[in-house]
Design a protein around this ligand. Sequence first.
Ligand SMILES: C[S@@+](CC[C@H](N)C(=O)[O-])C[C@H]1O[C@@H](n2cnc3c(N)ncnc32)[C@H](O)[C@@H]1O
Length: 270
Amino acid sequence: MTDLTYEAVVQLLRTAGCVFAEDEAALLLQSAQSPAELAAMVDRRVAGEPLEVVVGWASFCGLRIEIDAGVFVPRLRTEFLVDEAARLVELVRLVLPSEEPVVVLDLCCGSGALGVALAETLDADVELYSVDVDPVAVACARRNVAPVDGVVFEGDLDAPLPDHLLGRVEVLLANVPYVPSRVIGSMPPEARLHEPRVTLDGGPDGLDVLRRVAELAPRWLVPGGHVFVETSESQADEACAAFEAAGLTARVAVDVDREATAVVGTLLPE
Ligand SMILES: C[S@@+](CC[C@H](N)C(=O)[O-])C[C@H]1O[C@@H](n2cnc3c(N)ncnc32)[C@H](O)[C@@H]1O
């Protein structure tokens, strides 16, 4: 077998339908430790595995986040949730200075990307707790949150959380699965075939898990604390209604460039 050149890799990727064939080829060449490994990586990519799984990491908020096979690849648009959370925490700390660590809870954490990115973004110390129901994601998240001393629990939403967090969470991040069940079949193969259904499927209208997060949020949030979820544009009003029904105030935030919609709920102090 002859060693693959950059041009050959670009050609193979382009034929397989990779839109950013040049960028991907450069990354694969950088990542492979040997010609044999490069050939194997190109084969996997051509067969449709997400690039991030093939190279083992994704870029998120400027960080290198490890991604194992079967773990949801953090999306660029989701950086908006982290930016919004950081902006609000910094605003609150400006008005009410505090030396206390910011308590952050990342539900449905997948690789753990959101929590670790927020911890790395904030100037303040952060106490980070993350949860995912999938043991493969939990193992991956544990490696990613280690540099910020985060703790990862395995289980259903807030079920595994310790009581000492009740009423203490300043930021609850929850990029839950929010794809309506009937839409999953028409998603791109990278997601449909390589990301487990539990990472995508939000039930009939996509909001089943989100509604559960809205219900549980007031128990864990400190008065004045915020919960941040991502939705599609068309789900945002329904998500606000779920937050309001749970006793939170709600607003929609949009980032046009990243095509991101976030719904931010706040537990108002009594
Ligand atoms: C859309 S992915 C988001 C992952 C990560 N937050 C991100 O943005 O990269 C949703 C994640 O929720 C997890 N999940 C789904 N249902 C859950 C539940 N009931 N409790 C905890 N985690 C859940 C999935 O395993 C998956 O990792």
